[in-house]
Design a protein around this ligand. Structure first.
Ligand code: HEC
Ligand code: HEC
Ligand code: HEC
Ligand code: HEC
Ligand code: HEC
Ligand code: HEC
Ligand code: HEC
Ligand code: HEC
Length: 328
């Protein structure tokens, strides 16, 4: 069940008098994500209201779950954000219906609906009946230019602090426990092409090739793990930040089992054991590295190795592996 409104994720960011909107013609518009598109992150829902006088506020409904009334009529709010509202929604994986109703003196005077698809697992094929949502196109950026720097200079883009022009909208993606080196110092333009057209900020190269420009040690082994060989670094790592060590997208064992589902519930390591006394794959500390808990990478190098099964420590066989932790 979608209970995004109970979470305290709602962040209010604004409503502005739109020039071009005739007096008393109220309208709410869902600026992002647009109707009929799919997104791979459930990070923003951006709404614009217009009319004269300005709407007092809105109610947002996602898949039948309604928010409280969001009051946009405060003076301070209006002066900062005018007619824009940015919230952080929690879409359910799959299809979502968004309804936004605009209120004036307790009455609904305008509403807007969008049907979008949240592709939570990027290793899965995108839906065929939704097109990919891309924000950075000239017509869409225009709407933001009154308050955000949408034509940053190369010099401004070198700023490693939150004064970097990308930060005014994207700083939130870096407020995680583990931040990737270049993203943390706003080297966004190292990976994202500032000159690509008609969509700005496309990747300069395929993700895998980009990663290897700085991390070529990750594919220098004689045998490469399937997704590493395919350049799918981002199947496991978030290029910007995450709450997991090494910016893993999910908890380590989980990220392996996403593809190796066949191992779930089966005894591993020592195949002769029954499921009930199977070898632990998580929980106790790793004898090879007491700082860490046991996990898949205690025994397998996630990137590859010299021998099949990619055992850690250049170990050739399962037998030799046991001795790494079970000293006689
Ligand atoms: C009337 C001024 C105004 C307009 C127009 C405007 N914004 Fe903003 N927006 C702000 C302010 C002020 C902030 C807060 C900036 C800060 O804290 O540094 C903000 C913050 C944001 C954030 C970050 C929210 C967060 O906390 O994560 C996003 C995303 C955003 N705006 C997107 C947009 C987009 C997209 C447009 C154009 C469709 C737009 N804004 C147009 C004033 C505006
Ligand atoms: C006005 C706010 C705003 C500013 C400033 C901004 N972005 Fe975005 N950007 C967005 C929103 C909103 C999205 C769509 C939601 C998302 O993917 O986070 C987006 C999406 C993107 C995407 C995904 C592709 C796309 O177009 O949807 C990339 C890449 C990106 N931004 C890079 C950048 C970089 C690099 C900068 C600085 C040069 C920057 N953005 C500045 C608001 C902004
Ligand atoms: C090391 C390279 C790299 C750097 C540095 C980088 N990005 Fe990205 N970015 C990527 C890749 C790769 C993707 C595509 C991710 C995917 O396909 O899963 C991406 C995707 C995005 C997206 C689309 C939504 C998402 O999260 O997938 C946004 C927004 C974005 N980048 C913004 C930024 C901003 C803002 C910065 C600077 C703070 C930045 N990026 C720095 C590599 C990078
Ligand atoms: C411009 C150079 C550059 C590019 C390109 C780059 N990285 Fe990095 N990466 C770094 C730096 C710098 C660090 C921080 C090194 C350190 O731990 O001090 C780092 C660290 C990492 C770490 C280790 C984090 C940790 O906690 O040990 C991972 C994982 C990683 N990068 C993955 C990627 C992936 C995936 C890509 C491609 C999307 C990529 N990197 C592209 C420079 C880069
Ligand atoms: C199958 C998932 C997976 C893929 C694909 C993957 N990694 Fe990793 N990577 C991991 C895990 C798990 C760790 C953490 C290892 C640990 O903590 O023992 C890691 C750690 C790292 C580190 C930190 C240094 C280290 O070796 O521990 C870097 C840098 C890195 N990966 C880069 C990359 C690059 C570049 C690619 C693509 C060529 C890539 N990874 C592909 C799972 C993956
Ligand atoms: C994106 C899908 C994907 C993810 C995620 C993934 N793997 Fe794999 N893995 C594969 C594929 C495909 C193969 C077969 C190709 C090969 O042998 O490398 C494979 C093979 C392996 C093998 C070698 C099997 C053999 O018979 O030699 C091991 C060991 C392995 N993976 C461990 C892991 C670990 C540990 C993780 C988590 C860090 C992980 N995998 C995450 C796709 C994945
Ligand atoms: C304590 C060491 C250890 C841990 C932890 C471990 N493995 Fe293994 N793994 C092995 C050994 C040993 C083999 C070889 C078994 C054989 O050859 O009979 C193996 C084999 C594999 C294979 C090859 C296919 C197969 O079933 O033989 C894959 C894939 C694999 N492991 C993935 C994982 C994943 C994913 C995790 C975490 C959930 C994990 N391993 C945790 C020791 C370990
Ligand atoms: C990365 C370290 C690691 C490797 C490699 C490893 N084990 Fe273990 N093993 C452990 C840990 C940790 C436990 C749990 C010990 C505890 O709970 O006190 C364990 C428990 C066991 C147990 C249960 C009895 C006991 O000592 O508690 C057996 C049997 C076992 N391992 C056999 C093996 C065999 C056979 C191999 C090689 C195929 C192997 N292990 C490889 C770390 C490892």
């Amino acid at each position: 069940m979608n209970n995004w409104l109970k979470s305290e994720l709602l962040l209010l960011v604004g409503l502005l008098l739109l020039s071009g909107v005739s007096a008393k013609a109220w309208a709410v518009e869902i600026l992002y994500p647009q109707d009929g598109t799919y997104v791979t992150k459930s990070n923003y829902l951006i709404v614009q209201g217009g009319g004269d006088p300005l709407l007092d506020g809105v109610m947002i409904e996602i898949d039948g779950v309604k928010s409280d009334f969001i009051d946009l009529s405060g003076e301070q709010y209006r002066s900062l954000y005018a007619d824009k509202l940015v919230v952080e929604p929690l879409f359910d994986p799959g299809e979502n219906t968004i309804v936004v109703e605009g209120y004036l003196q307790g009455e609904v005077v305008a509403s807007s609906t969008a049907s979008i698809y949240f592709l939570a697992d990027v290793t899965k094929a995108p839906p065929t009946n939704y097109r990919k949502e891309v924000f950075h196109q000239a017509a869409r950026e225009e709407v933001c230019a009154a308050c955000h720097n949408m034509q940053p200079s190369k010099v401004q883009l070198q700023d490693p602090t939150t004064n970097n022009p990308c930060a005014s909208c994207h700083a939130r993606m870096l407020t995680k426990a583990h931040v990737h080196g270049p993203a943390g110092v706003y080297e966004c333009s190292y990976c994202h092409d500032v000159e690509s057209q008609p969509t700005k900020y496309e990747l300069r190269l395929d993700a895998g090739a980009l990663c290897l420009e700085c991390h070529d040690e990750q594919n220098s082994m004689p045998l490469l793990h399937g997704p590493v060989e395919a350049g799918l670094c981002v199947a496991c790592h978030d290029p910007h930040a995450s709450d997991q060590p090494a910016q893993l997208i999910t908890e380590l064992n989980q990220s392996c089992l996403g593809c190796h589902e066949g191992l779930i519930g089966k005894p591993h390591v020592v195949s002769a054991t029954s499921a009930s006394n199977a070898h632990p794959l998580e929980g106790p500390e790793n004898p090879r590295d007491p700082q860490e808990k046991l996990n898949c990478s205690s025994c397998h190098d996630p990137h590859g190795g010299q021998f099949k099964k990619y055992f850690v420590g250049e170990v050739k066989s399962a037998m030799a592996l046991c001795a790494e932790c079970h000293k006689k």
